[in-house]
Ligand binder design. Structure first.
Ligand code: A2P
Length: 317
């Protein structure tokens, strides 16, 4: 039963993207299949995956089955996957994209993202995180601009409708905007009340780029009451006022500050909880209160990439 019709945002290339998606990082096999199936049944149309998650084939199988059953049409779905760091060499970009398409069993992707601005040395398709004997990552120095230019060709070939980036900072976006023909439609970054990305969102908005919010709930661990913002009195009192849960208030906040959250869940109740966001809205005072929880601390810092010249998180934003 569809619980909500998720509104869409118009992208700078004319496509439309649902403002809420299902995240699937760390979900595999039967678990991810059940999650995606339930998510589609209750109204999710935007599914986020990546070659690196190694769950594209599981997800693709469910999507094809749902289309076959007539539950959804392909054109109603918005499927996002990502070019992994080992395929930044422009010669490997189309190969990696075709591999994702083959895994998914689809003719096209809706949105193909460069997963990181940082590239790794390609070893083989089974080793997506190559390291030296001292555990250091095998990084390479392919310019993400060259990688992006190869991604532009995928649009012309019809392999993906839209392209974008992930984990890019402002300066890196500026370079892309200056030198590329196709503007990225989104920059997918960590975004939650702990790191609300207000400056990056403004920069992106001024340049017609949406922001997709990964780890929107801050990857909660209930037992340990982390992240602290999820258990903060500010969130609790706003949740009580609206008769919503803290997670729903946070996801609504992220939509209200113009991002596209992609909460990951494999639990049917939480999948349902996370889509019931479109029957309430936060007012400016509530948004400002939640803004005050921003510490700028990242959960995902990717420390092993930090010596790379394109490591994105040394800049202010
Ligand atoms: P589960 O899959 O068991 O629901 P994030 O998207 O911020 O990385 O968070 C993902 C984590 O948050 C997962 O461990 C997921 O667990 C949990 N989660 C998802 N939705 C909710 C929710 N509504 N309330 C509490 N935890 C949630």
């Amino acid at each position: 039963m569809v619980l909500a019709v998720v509104p869409k945002v118009k992208l700078n290339d004319g496509s439309e993207m649902p403002v809420l998606g299902l995240g699937t990082y760390l979900a595999k096999d039967d678990e991810v299949q059940k999650a995606v199936s339930h998510a589609i049944d209750v109204g999710y149309r935007h599914i986020d995956t990546a070659l690196y998650y190694r769950n594209e084939a599981d997800i693709g199988e469910v999507i094809r089955e749902k289309i076959k059953q007539g539950v959804v049409k392909r054109e109603d779905l918005f499927i996002v996957t990502k070019l992994w760091n080992s395929y930044h060499d422009p010669e490997r970009v189309e190969y990696a994209c075709r591999k994702s398409l083959e895994n998914l069993g689809l003719d096209y992707i809706d949105l193909y993202l460069m997963h990181h601005p940082v590239g790794y040395i390609y070893v083989d398709d089974n080793n997506l995180r190559p390291t030296y004997s001292d555990e250091k990552l095998m990084l390479n120095d392919v310019d993400y601009l060259d990688t992006y230019k190869a991604m532009e060709k995928l649009v012309k070939k019809g392999l993906t409708k839209s392209i974008g980036v992930s984990n890019f900072n402002k300066e890196q976006l500026e370079r892309i905007i200056q030198f590329c023909k196709i503007r990225p439609v989104t920059n997918q970054v960590e975004c939650n009340p702990g790191i609300n990305q207000k400056k990056l969102i403004k920069y992106c908005r001024d340049h017609g780029i949406t922001v997709t919010a990964y780890a929107p709930l801050g990857r909660p661990i209930a037992k340990e009451k982390i992240p602290t913002f999820l258990f903060d009195d500010i969130i609790l009192s706003i949740a009580n006022k609206h008769k919503k849960t803290p997670a729903q208030v946070i996801l609504r906040y992220l939509i209200d500050i113009n991002t596209i959250p992609i909460p990951k869940s494999t639990n049917p109740e939480r999948i349902e909880e996370n889509i019931k966001l479109f029957d309430f809205k936060l007012n400016n005072d509530e948004i400002e209160l939640i803004d005050s929880l921003n510490t700028g601390n990242r959960l995902y810092q990717f420390p092993l990439m930090q010596d790379h010249k394109y490591y994105p998180f040394k800049a202010e934003y």
